[in-house]
Design a protein around this ligand. Structure first.
Ligand code: PLP
Length: 369
């Protein structure tokens, strides 16, 4: 058999793209680094898990239903999301987590020669999907650890199709206020799509933080992302959604893969939305306490901390972040090295239960000693 000629077969923008290597499963990591237990502080997961009702759905999922296709467009879940936000269910597309939803939007609006605009130190998937689809990503440096609205507007040209804003930003925790977001939307005008990624919406406790859903009526080019992976503790089931105006969503629907969201995920997400046990409040309390504790400890150690909204913070360390990752692994603590976020010498830590925070602080002191 002759080898396929990959040079002519594969577009240059795919050949040149560096594949992302996910971390190994926990048991492999534990064997590799010789640790007996692992605190996962690298993915901003909710240490409390899913709300009790969602846990019950997962536990009691009827095994024979494993044979049945799910609702192809998450029918009942869209109904519940629509009720929650006061939007028509037809304005909602559910996907295999926010990751897939990002691809729907880029595929719907961008062709070769077009560009998207986003920040340098933010969730990298917007940039990755654009680049490996042959779309230029205009990467605007953060200003004061936040998205730089003026520089983003200045980067717009005739071929700009989408502007991605992460609010609050992962990893810096900064956010645009309602006024600032509205001013940005006004300045962009209706000729481009503005995506506001609200993956950490449910964690934010600030009064001037905007709910993107409330702006959809005034800005038909606005698309809002939410996920069940973070606050709702359903990252394993991969489920998230976007909301936009009926016209815009009708276009995105064309690039949306139906039947990609599994039945357990749909039912667990529905139960998570209906939670009445105070799961969100419990999680917020935990995150708030952990943030105060960790900011205090890291500051005492003389390390610069970047902390804002969301269930994570970033700290600057006096050694290489990738080296620190390996050394912390040996202590049973997984953190996110930030070199991949263009933040060398910084690490991101998920705000989790006190025991994990104390284990992290002790391990960090040990490796920096
Ligand atoms: C975690 C995260 C997401 C979504 O992740 P999914 O699990 O794919 O839903 C989206 N945006 C940001 C900024 C995130 O941090």
């Amino acid at each position: 058999m002759t080898q396929p000629n990959l040079d002519s077969l594969v577009p240059a923008y795919v050949r040149e793209f560096e594949p992302y290597i996910p971390s190994k499963p926990d048991p492999e990591l534990m064997r590799l680094y010789g640790c007996k237990r692992l605190f996962r502080l690298n993915n901003n997961e909710n240490p409390l898990g899913p709300p009790p009702g969602a846990q019950e759905v997962i536990r009691r999922f009827p095994p024979p239903q494993g044979a049945l296709y799910p609702s192809g467009d998450s029918y009942y879940l869209r109904g519940a999301i629509g009720d929650l936000h006061g939007v028509d269910p037809d304005q909602i597309l559910v996907g295999k987590a926010a990751n897939e939803v990002i691809a729907f939007v880029i595929k719907a609006f961008c062709e070769q020669g077009d560009n998207i605009v986003t920040a340098d130190k933010t969730f990298a998937v917007y940039e990755w999907v654009a680049v490996f689809s042959g779309i230029e990503a205009r990467i605007i440096p953060l200003k004061d650890q936040g998205f730089d609205d003026a520089a983003m507007l200045a980067a717009i040209d005739d071929r700009t199709k989408i502007l991605f804003v992460c609010n609050p930003n992962n990893p810096t925790g900064s956010y645009w206020t309602r006024e600032r977001l509205k001013a940005f939307l006004d300045a962009v005008g209706g000729r481009r799509i503005v995506v506001v990624d609200e993956a950490y919406f449910e964690f934010v406790e600030k009064d001037d933080y905007p709910n993107g859903m409330a702006l959809l009526g005034d800005y038909p080019n606005l698309v809002v992302f939410r996920t069940f992976s973070k606050m709702y503790g359903l990252a394993a089931l991969r489920i998230g959604y976007l909301v936009g105006s009926p016209e815009v969503v009708d276009m995105i629907r064309r690039t949306c893969i139906v039947y990609s969201v599994n039945r357990v995920a749909q039912e667990a997400a529905l139960a998570a939305l209906r939670d009445d046990t105070g799961h969100i409040q419990r999680t917020r309390d935990l995150v708030r306490q952990s943030r105060a504790f960790l900011v205090g400890e890291l500051t005492k150690m003389g390390l610069p901390v970047i902390a804002g909204e969301g269930n994570y913070l970033v700290v600057k360390i006096p050694v290489s972040d990738t080296l620190a990752y390996r050394k912390l692994m040996k202590e049973g603590v997984v953190i996110r090295p930030m070199t991949g976020f263009r933040y060398p010498n910084h690490i991101r830590i998920t705000l989790a239960q006190q025991e994990a925070m104390e284990a992290f602080v002790a391990a960090l002191k040990k490796i920096l000693a």
